[in-house]
Design a protein around this ligand. Structure first.
Ligand code: ZN
Length: 262
């Protein structure tokens, strides 16, 4: 099947900062798109925070998305809560979600994790070695034993996320800190992957190994089954509609026979 991939990008730094604009003349989303170049398994598009009132994430657009990739940093607060809920619902239904770098503090990641998702950080252009600790995981397919990134922002533990389903990568930084930099979750029917590298001041999304991780993760996150689609309403089952005849016993909240919350 073709994996309908949507790259969501805040796209503010490139407009305001010359360094970021020079590193990513086509935007970070343009660089991320190259991860999928020439691979007919993927159809890739992008949506930007300032695209429209819905940040480019209409119901229709999300319904036609198998995997959403998310990069945000300076404008997490500008993402409307209603859109965050819409994305969360789609993840529960089975849409994959890849959260990159500073997206650890995005509303959608915190919503799905339910924890602060905080960490330590330092911007010193230091070396990062991303060690693959789960080499047989599909997200690690075709990768060397570690990914070397010459200049990156440091993220350090403790990273206040729930215990991951799987830890695929752990980063080591020149200054000595370590960080769980590639972790998976399942939320509802949705596969979620957090991947650390990608500070806007460095050319990280031109690194072929980093792009390979993002492509592998997109393939891994796709769940065509969508088993939870359409089951969000919590319908009441009247006692006379139970599979076996049922005698109503004991006190009930609603004596008029209408069961359930109203
Ligand atoms: Zn950063």
């Amino acid at each position: 099947m073709t994996i309908r991939t949507l790259i969501w990008h805040e796209h503010r730094h490139e407009k305001k900062n010359k360094l970021v604009a020079s590193l990513y003349p086509e935007g970070m989303h343009g660089a991320l798109k190259k991860a999928f170049a020439g691979d007919s398994d993927f159809v890739v598009d992008h949506a930007l925070l300032d695209d429209d009132e819905e940040h480019g994430l209409s119901e229709k657009r999300l319904a036609e998305t198998d995997v959403l990739i998310w990069w945000g940093h300076a404008a997490h607060g500008d993402v409307k809560d209603a859109i965050v809920e819409r994305v969360a619902k789609r993840v529960w239904e089975g849409m994959g979600l890849i959260v990159l770098h500073s997206g650890h503090y995005s509303k959608i990641f915190k919503r799905l994790m339910g924890t602060p998702c905080s960490l330590k950080w330092r911007e010193a252009g230091e070396k990062e070695i991303v060690w693959i600790v789960n080499p047989n995981h599909p997200i690690a397919a075709g990768l060397p034993e570690c990914i070397r990134i010459e200049h990156e922002e440091m993220y350090g533990e403790p990273f206040s996320i729930p215990e991951p389903l799987e830890t695929v990568m752990i980063s080591h930084f020149e200054g000595g800190e370590v960080f769980r930099s590639g972790v998976t979750y399942r939320r509802g029917a949705g596969n979620v992957f957090y991947f650390r590298p990608g500070h806007e001041a460095y050319p990280t999304y031109h690194n072929p190994d980093v792009l390979r991780v993002i492509k592998n993760a997109t393939r891994w996150a796709c769940n065509p089954a969508r088993p939870w689609t359409g089951i969000h309403p919590a319908p009441n089952v009247p006692h006379d509609k139970a599979p076996y005849p049922l005698e109503v016993k004991g006190p009930r909240l609603h004596e008029d026979g209408q069961e359930g919350f109203r």
